[in-house]
Design a protein around this ligand. Structure first.
Ligand code: THU
Length: 139
């Protein structure tokens, strides 16, 4: 279902900004929201949840994949991450790996305009993933 239509891009941006409004970010003061479409057309969202220990902070993408599991799982087709002002943010390194697990290299990562999306493969080239475990595990 890639690439996204302009309407889908606008909807994801709106939903991501709505999610960012529910962030718990008293330390960084950077609200982050994420919204995704699954390959079967469901909307998934998440927002960052910080912690006084800092290192335990959950990124918006962490709660996004929790929402995916809560909805019964499936595969991510496209994802949008924004700050509280609605402007596009690029996923951090750890979250690129998280997204790879649930969307694979062809996951569409939305940019700041409908026509400037990137495939996850370009953001985390040569990613380690489930196939590497299948191929190399001794179990
Ligand atoms: N953050 C995310 O939620 N996702 C990212 O991909 C980058 C960073 C959050 C974590 C923390 O709450 C705040 O942004 C500042 O790093």
């Amino acid at each position: 279902m890639s690439p996204l239509s302009n309407d889908q891009w606008t909807m994801l941006r709106h939903e991501a900004q709505q999610a960012a409004a529910r962030a718990y970010a008293p330390y960084s003061k950077l609200r982050v929201g994420a919204a995704a479409l699954t390959t079967d057309g469901r909307l998934i969202t998440g927002q960052n949840v910080e912690n006084a220990s800092y290192g335990l902070t959950l990124c918006a993408e962490c709660s996004l994949v929790s929402d995916l599991a809560r909805q019964g799982g499936g595969r991510l087709a496209a994802v949008m991450v924004v700050a509280g002002d609605g402007e596009h943010l690029t996923p951090c390194g750890r979250c690129r790996q998280l997204l790879f697990e649930h969307g694979g290299p062809q996951l569409e990562v939305c940019g700041d305009r409908p026509e400037s999306s990137a495939l996850l493969d370009t953001l985390i080239p040569g990613a380690f993933g489930p196939a590497d475990l299948d191929a190399r595990s001794e179990a």
